[in-house]
Structure formats: C-alpha cells, structure tokens
Design a protein around this ligand. Structure first.
Ligand SMILES: Nc1ncnc2c1ncn2[C@@H]1O[C@H](COP(=O)(O)OP(=O)(O)OP(=O)(O)O)[C@@H](O)[C@H]1O
Length: 246
C-alpha cells in the first residue's frame, strides 16, 4: 500500500539576503487531504507554494513528493511529477474559447499548438467535456474565455490544471473577488477534487476555510504557529493574537 503522506516538507528554510521568509518549516500533507495555509501578510504562505513548485529555491531543508526530493528539480519536472499550481491572477487565453483553453492544457496539447484545430481527438474531447462539467462551464465551451465572469475564469484555470490530472493541486486565494454563490460552488468543487487528489490552499476568507479545510496550518514570520482542525486552531490564543483577532 502506498504511504498516506503525499507531500513531506521538512525543516524548510529560504533566506533572502539573510531574511528568512520560510524558517525551519515542517508540514505533512496526506493523500486526498484539503489543507489550508493561513496567516498574516508576509507570513511566508506564497513563498511556501513557490518553494514547492520550484519557482523559488530552498536555502535548506527538504520537500518530498511521493518520496522524491523536489528541491533540486526544475519547475517543469515538478509539474511532470504531478504538482499543479494556480496563481492568484488567472493566466488563461482570453481570445480562445473555453474548450480551446482546456484542449491546450491537455498533456499532449502544447505539442500540437500549431495544429490544434485539426487534432481534436475523441479522447481529448471527452476529457474536455468531463472537466467542463466539473468546473460548471459545460454550457460555455464555445464562449471566448475573455467573456467569462471573474469567478468563471478562476474555475477555467482550475480546469486547465485538472486536465493534467495532478496528484497535488496548489491554489493561492482561489475565491478572492468571487461572489457568495461562486464561493460556495468553488468549495463544492474543491471537496470533489479532493476525492482523488490532495489540495493545498492559501486563503484569507475564514468562512471558506471552514467550509473546505480538513486541517489548517498557521504560519507566522515563516514559522509554524499552529496546526490542526479549524475549530481548535480558532481557539488558539497565539493565533487569535497574531491573526484571527485582527
Ligand atoms: N524574492 C524575494 N526577495 C526578497 N524578499 C521576499 C521575496 N519573496 C518574498 N519575500 C518576503 O518574504 C516575506 C513573505 O512573503 P510571502 O509573499 O510569502 O507572504 P504571504 O504570507 O504570502 O503574504 P500575503 O498574505 O501578503 O500574500 C515577505 O516579507 C516578503 O517581502
């Protein structure tokens, strides 16, 4: 049987000119877990995701994904291992349709960029349809992505990651700027996604966090301040002092 731990971060540190944005952090993420990382501005949340996806190099410590060390790998290799990352601003192709955006993200899609319109195989179309249903965009497949609402654009980008079937999906503030209804649908989407993959989310919206988190990790000044179920973390006096009380 495979280990329940999908991602093991141990003693991770990154120092920018002597300033430790992430400082001796350890964190273990299980398969099918939704983990939310919270903490005040500058706590090191985004830097943690940057380290895991290879955008930033660690100064010290280790990041193991399925027992393989990621800290020395290039970003594209990490993607290939099964780690998907969504940044705060959606990076979709606004002048292509929803379907085309998804097709381009299909694992073989980029290599057929030039001949995209001739290579819509049945397998790709089926997968695009499945993903579009999952992200609530199956009725908008032929719509230009630029015409979608802000929330729909966020879902499309999640779909563009899902079509690559990552085992770990990382999202930076996925519901920022979304309406209440869009937030609820995003929570349902993330719960569904985690049936067969792990999700690591940075979020400031506490109602949303309560809705999705199996466990919460609180960072403060690059270090682990608290970790556990949201109901317990909420009662932690230090967490209230540095973050939730504000
Ligand atoms: N490349 C870099 N060079 C120098 N300092 C950096 C770099 N990247 C991040 N930092 C610093 O590290 C600290 C942590 O930043 P980070 O963006 O990870 O915080 P955060 O918890 O995501 O905050 P927010 O909630 O505001 O997004 C900040 O003080 C930031 O200025």
């Amino acid at each position: 049987m495979s280990s329940p731990i999908l991602l093991a971060v141990e003693d991770l540190t990154v120092s920018f000119d002597g300033f430790k944005a992430v400082d001796g952090l350890s964190l273990y993420l299980e398969r099918n877990e939704v983990r939310v990382v919270i903490g005040p501005n500058g706590a090191g949340k985004t830097t943690l995701l940057d380290l895991i996806c290879g955008k930033t190099r660690a100064t010290d410590g280790s990041i193991k994904f399925k027992d393989q060390e990621l800290t020395k790998m290039a970003e594209h290799q990490i993607v290939h291992k099964g780690v998907g990352r969504k940044f705060q601003t959606p990076s979709i192709y606004e002048n292509l349709t929803v379907a085309q955006n998804l097709e381009l993200s299909y694992p073989a899609g980029r290599t057929v960029f030039g001949s995209l319109f001739f290579r819509r195989t049945a397998a790709i179309q089926k997968r695009v349809q499945e993903i579009a249903e999952e992200i609530y965009l199956d009725e908008d497949l032929d719509k230009s992505a630029g015409l979608l609402s802000h929330g729909q654009k966020q879902w499309l980008e999640i779909g563009m990651l899902l079509i690559q079937d990552p085992e770990l999906l990382m999202l930076d503030e996925p519901v920022a700027g979304m309406s209440v209804v869009e937030r609820e649908r995003t929570a349902a989407l993330l719960r569904k996604i985690s049936n067969n993959r792990s999700v690591l989310v940075i979020e400031h919206d506490m109602d949303f966090v309560k809705d999705i988190a199996h466990k919460v990790t609180v960072l403060h000044q690059g270090k682990l301040l608290a970790e556990g179920k949201m109901e317990d973390v909420q009662k932690n006096e230090r967490v209230i002092e540095v973050y939730l009380g504000h």
